[in-house]
Design a protein around this ligand. Structure first.
Ligand code: SF4
Length: 390
């Protein structure tokens, strides 16, 4: 474990300078020292009484805190806890993670989504071993040099592990600050101002507790849809509340509808009842995970026709497309998919990884050893149900 830093000390930040903006109007919202000190005191008092007891808060080990911070990106606490506990049992140290193979890492992450996080964690652990002797670097520049660590994650780790005064600005914090000052802009268009405010508010004596407290405030009181202002420690200073306009903040911009892709998928079996799976290329969405082969249905193409064509292009084999096994709807951040999954028989040809990193014939008993994306796990369940019903 790296050395602990008992007292907070000044930290250089990438852009500490306050960027005023007439667009956002934030420059005309002075936050006095007196108000800052009241906000800190109110938040820390509330946190001492109402803060959540979370597994990673009982640790000062930068590695454990780092794992939690990466898992918590875009993912709720209750989802993260079992993954976090399982991960630390399997890979208890940065050295264990660095020397693990990628399939083990992806299997532990299976179901959490945003798999680039796991691949980056793995590579960053190797960086920590190679460049920092296995100790997480206790500086903002060092943390930011690690793969997959941005400014808010760096701030979360450095403050929680070393009590360093590094500010954070995750989705929860953006929302709380936007309401606190009634930010007259969409938060993502006022990031320099929000970073400056987060730094200004951060308690230099207790950055660890302050950052945890503001995250808790956003997660449990100042929530997106149902803020509970009546029990909020910042109620008296909150501009949105005092203007009776909480639901107007944070401001949002209209989102275009998500594109929807129709995909044909093949569950190909051979004479021995084995199933063909392939491993996606490292780059891009779901890189390194296994899946059932298939691809996008072209305009004016039938789904069976698509499955047959895709398998020939991806694997160089001929198949017979049989009955529909299951249809799965799944949403990613930037698009939605419908997976039209068909039972298929292998007819001829040796499967080759023409558009993937690897192909494999596996039995139903072996298939659980491989990491699959969530939607593909539903396909495995459907294959099992079908096998059980004969
Ligand atoms: S008073 Fe309401 S809107 Fe303001 S910070 Fe507290 S919970 Fe959020």
């Amino acid at each position: 474990m790296a050395k602990k830093h008992q007292a907070a000390r000044p930290l250089q930040t990438p852009s500490s300078a306050y960027t005023s903006s007439t667009d956002t109007g934030l420059s005309s919202l002075p936050v006095s020292e007196e108000k800052i000190s009241a906000l800190r005191h109110q938040l820390l008092t509330w946190y001492a009484n109402s803060g959540r007891d979370l597994p990673w808060r009982r640790s000062r080990d930068p590695y454990q805190i780092w794992i939690s911070e990466i898992m918590l990106q875009q993912t709720q606490v209750k989802t993260v806890i079992p993954y976090y506990e399982r991960w630390l049992k399997a890979l208890p140290t940065v050295a264990a993670l660095a020397s693990a193979n990628q399939q083990t890492v992806l299997k532990l992450w299976e179901g959490l989504g945003y798999y680039a996080r796991a691949r980056n964690l793995h590579q960053a652990a190797q960086q920590v071993m190679a460049e920092y002797g296995g100790e997480f670097p206790p500086s903002l520049a060092g943390a930011l040099a690690l793969r997959g660590i941005g400014r808010t994650t760096a701030g979360g780790i450095l403050s929680a592990a070393f009590n360093l005064p590094a500010a954070i600005l995750d989705g929860n914090v953006k929302r709380v600050l936007a309401r606190l000052i009634a930010l007259p802009a969409v938060p993502n268009r006022a990031l320099p101002q929000l970073w400056a405010l987060s730094e200004q508010l951060l308690d230099p004596q207790q950055p660890r507790d302050f950052n945890q407290a503001i995250m808790d405030l956003g997660a449990t009181v100042c929530t997106r849809h149902h803020p509970v202002c009546l029990i909020c420690p910042w109620q008296t200073h909150c501009t949105a509340y005092n203007q009776n306009a909480v639901t107007d903040f944070p401001m949002t911009s209209p989102r275009p509808p998500l594109p929807h892709k129709q995909i044909g998928v093949a569950v190909i079996t051979d004479d021995q009842g084995r199933i063909l799976i392939d491993r996606r290329k490292q780059e891009g969405l779901l890189g390194g995970l296994w899946e059932f082969p298939g691809g996008k249905i072209e305009p004016n193409e039938g789904v069976e026709e698509c499955v047959s064509r895709e398998i020939k292009e991806e694997l160089g084999i001929e198949i017979e497309v049989g009955t529909r096994l299951i249809t799965i709807e799944h949403a990613y951040t930037h698009f939605k998919v419908t997976l039209n999954v068909f039972n298929c028989k292998h007819l001829s040809g040796e499967p080759q990884p023409l558009e993937s990193d690897e192909v494999k014939w596996v039995t139903l008993d072996e298939i659980d050893q491989y990491p699959f994306p969530k939607a593909n796990s539903q396909i495995i369940d459907a294959i099992r149900r079908q096998a059980e019903s004969g």
